[in-house]
Write a protein that binds this ligand. Structure first.
Ligand SMILES: Cc1ncc(COP(=O)(O)O)c(C=O)c1O
Length: 387
């Protein structure tokens, strides 16, 4: 089918919930995708922050094929070797004390379960989240999302959600009390325009949570799985070494096969009993094969070190460039702040066959490339921006 025909059937039969780019993607490899018209695009948005291992990484594809030949699915009602190995591998790359895994299917579901575990562990209901944070679109997660119009879309909101100012510990102290089950945050606020906080802020949060016996949750749906130059933002220098009690994950975890997960401390996990949490599809064999292979590929190809290298290269190359006000973010989660609307830059780059992302900050262009993106590929962006 050509692009016009593809567009016509999608527009006719799908509810128009997304403002789409005017391309139909047919295949992908590494940092590149090819369209229905045979055009090749450099994908610096990584398939919507999902394809950390690059598009169709051969090791991941092979693992999925082999698993599909054996059995596609059985739920957590049975044991499974591939599920056990995926959980062990994920726990093995996580900082202590995160040692137990709950698998689900998406980022919003991971956050719903993270908040539920916090309520179960504390016997409290209130959840503190932050202005500018995004946590998903199901009822509890959208109620925790104090960014733009999302809570409005999600009405009626789940009660018990309050907001604090990202990076401002006094604003957290003012709302976190003896009724608070959890403080949850994106440690780098991606959709808000790649907003960062000081390491000291995370240390203060950890102290506050310890003092008031509150569960600390990092929503690492975007920052996790190597994206910021370490396996997790949790425990990194940028987090001041702070490890939360729960980390929620999705996006990169299955290289494109839907997988979500909560990584949980023993302490929090000890409060969760049989039938407290559940999902039919979470932990299915195909998803687990993709998860294990994703983690193996990132490790084998040394992609985490590459993410850090790419960030440095970008920063060096863009330093002092006209029109650029600041570069935000870490590793392969980068926000380029312009002195003008980023949407025009995004459009011009797309004309030059480079896919990037925008954010809710009108002047910030977001890059979420595969962790295997090369500095030569980044140079194509640098040259295009110069033009
Ligand atoms: C930080 C963060 N949390 C949660 C979500 C929700 O994930 P999903 O779309 O898989 O439900 C997203 C999605 O963009 C996200 O960026």
């Amino acid at each position: 089918m050509n692009f016009a025909a593809i567009k016509q059937i999608e527009d006719e039969y799908q509810i128009a919930t997304y403002k789409k780019m005017g391309v139909a993607v047919e295949r992908g490899r590494g940092s590149w995708v090819w369209t229905s018209e045979g055009d090749k695009y450099l994908d610096l948005y990584g398939g919507h922050a999902v394809c950390a291992t690059g598009h169709s990484h051969p090791h991941v594809v092979e693992a999925i094929k082999q698993q599909a030949d054996k059995v596609l699915f059985y739920s957590n009602l049975v044991y499974s070797e591939i599920r056990g190995r995926a959980a062990k591998k994920l726990a093995s790359v996580a900082p202590e004390p995160l040692s137990k895994v709950f698998f689900c299917n998406s980022g919003t579901e991971a956050n719903e379960n993270a908040m539920r575990m916090a309520r179960m562990a504390t016997g409290r209901e209130k959840i503190v989240t932050f202005t500018g944070g995004f946590h998903g679109r199901t009822a509890d997660s959208i109620s925790a999302t104090f960014l733009g119009k999302y809570r409005e879309i999600g009405k009626p909101n789940v009660p018990g959600h309050v907001q604090a100012e990202f990076g401002d510990i006094d604003s957290v102290r003012a709302v976190a009390d003896e009724n608070t089950a959890a403080i949850m945050l994106e440690p780098i606020q991606s959709m808000a325009g790649v907003r960062e906080a000081d390491p000291g802020f995370f240390q203060e949060l950890r102290r506050l949570c310890d003092d008031r016996e509150i569960v600390l949750i990092f929503d690492e749906v975007q920052t996790g799985i190597g994206r910021t130059g370490s396996w997790f933002f949790a425990g990194s220098d940028d987090a001041g070494g702070v490890v939360p009690d729960v980390v929620s994950l999705a996006k990169s975890l299955g290289s494109g096969i839907p997988v979500g997960a909560c990584l949980v401390s023993d302490q929090v996990a000890s409060h969760i009993k049989e039938n407290d949490l559940g999902t039919t599809f979470g932990g299915g064999m195909l998803a687990m094969a993709a998860t294990l292979a994703t983690l193996e590929a990132i490790e084998h190809d040394d992609m985490i070190a590459n993410a850090a290298r790419v960030e440095q290269h970008l920063r060096d190359s863009l330093a002092g460039r006209a029109c650029i006000v600041a570069i935000h973010g870490k590793g392969c989660l980068i926000g380029i702040e312009f002195d003008r609307p980023a949407v025009n830059v995004h459009k011009r780059l797309l004309e030059k066959k480079i896919i990037t992302g925008t954010s809710s900050d009108p002047n910030v262009l977001r890059l979420l490339p595969p962790l295997c993106v090369t500095t030569d590929e980044i140079d194509l962006l640098i040259d295009a921006l110069a033009e």
